[in-house]
Design a protein around this ligand. Sequence first.
Ligand SMILES: Cc1ncc(COP(=O)(O)O)c(C=O)c1O
Length: 492
Amino acid sequence: MPNASEQIMASQQMSKSDTINLRKKHIGQACQLFYRSDPLKIVRGQGQYMFDEEGTRFLDCINNVAHVGHCHPEVVRAGAMQMATISTNNRFLHDELVQCAKNLTDKMPAELSVCFFVNSGSEANDLALRLARNYTRRQDVITLDHAYHGHLQSVMEISPYKFNQPGGEPKPEYVHVAPCPDIYGGQFTDKLYPNANLAALYAKPIEDICARQLANGQGVAAFIAESLQSCGGQILPPAGYFQAVYDAVHSAGGLCIADEVQVGFGRVGSHYWAFETQGVVPDIVSVAKPMGNGHPVGAVVTTPEIAQAFHATGVAYFNTYGGNPVSCAIANAVMRVIEQEQLQQNAQRLGEYLLRECNQLKQEFDCIGDVRGMGLFVGIELVSDRETRTPDTKTAHWVVDRMKQVHKVLVSSDGPNDNVIKLKPPMCFSLENADEFLLAFRECLTLHMQQLHAAHPDVAADNTNSVITTAADTLANKTKRFDREDRFIKSV
Ligand SMILES: Cc1ncc(COP(=O)(O)O)c(C=O)c1O
């Protein structure tokens, strides 16, 4: 096998500007880059780090796909060995395929014992809808506002995150959008309804849709939701929400689909699947992204009854690449590494630390309106006014940019107002990494407060210079480390 530097030489020989020009010419403009004004050219990844063409090291806080760490050697080895042995379709018997199905279903509640393999999250959700529509003989789907479930036609239709954008295609009549259960910035907040049962308040619109659908005789085919909504801005539904919703949907004859494409495989720390945090059992679960650690593989997991009804149509399910031995060997390696390296436990420990420290920052910086999360899935909502919870999109963008430009830490922003700083790093994220993020983030917030103070001298500014100096010192040390690592890269 070629070593890392040979691979970089082979695949990344162009100057960055040539890469940009070729991309502009041949790649559809709808494919947007991160950091559009100064995009990153990433040539190598290792663990929780990514390296650009100059050898600069970036701390990756956004890649929930590289779940067990970029280019994890065991995963790479499993894929390469299987690739060198045989890769064919799932119409042949293969142990990696059945083992992968066993490994996945062993982690699920007992009723979810049958798998269909696919190549992406979009395909998983598309198939989940087909299974639900076939089983229920109904068409209508309930989805949550701001949800994203993939790029295929069928799942774009249930993704308000996309179809509500200017230029998005109109929502079909058979899709019903319920409010996102965001208790900080949504329709029912803990501020407006301090003593209310927020789970019940957010479940009510879904109960109403179900009642309407029963009354008009159409019923419901499915309710689909991410167990924690990521595109919605790292949303944790209030306890009891999914139970109330699942009950309503089941009463209307529908099935419940949990989209675990982003939040599955131990990311939430306390559980392997995020739906487990609400004590519910979905009828269908979609998984993808982290399952392949960067390799395209996904699955739909369901009950024998739903799978049998799909079989009974007489139309066979065939997917050329879904369930090929290479993808399955990789997925098996990912699940093995999660266990061996106790990454779920790491997510829980680090998540608690990050939440505690970010809440501490919230005490110090008024621009932090809310800190929420579970495991290594954390959101920090920036506001310009805590009282009114006014989203501060501009500052969020500025922070994301400064974190990358100055601190070489990659974070992203999301949510309906794009003001939530999102953290969903590879699960090998360490305490040292968390501190690196926190120090950099603190420097950004401090500078932001200084700038606010300069613009409005009546706003108090305290201790800001020492924080910025400390962060600058740390940055200088880190740069020395980058230099060392740069030499390391060039010598491998
Ligand atoms: C929650 C969720 N579901 C589905 C998808 C679609 O997955 P893919 O891009 O692998 O098709 C995504 C992708 O971002 C996602 O975040």
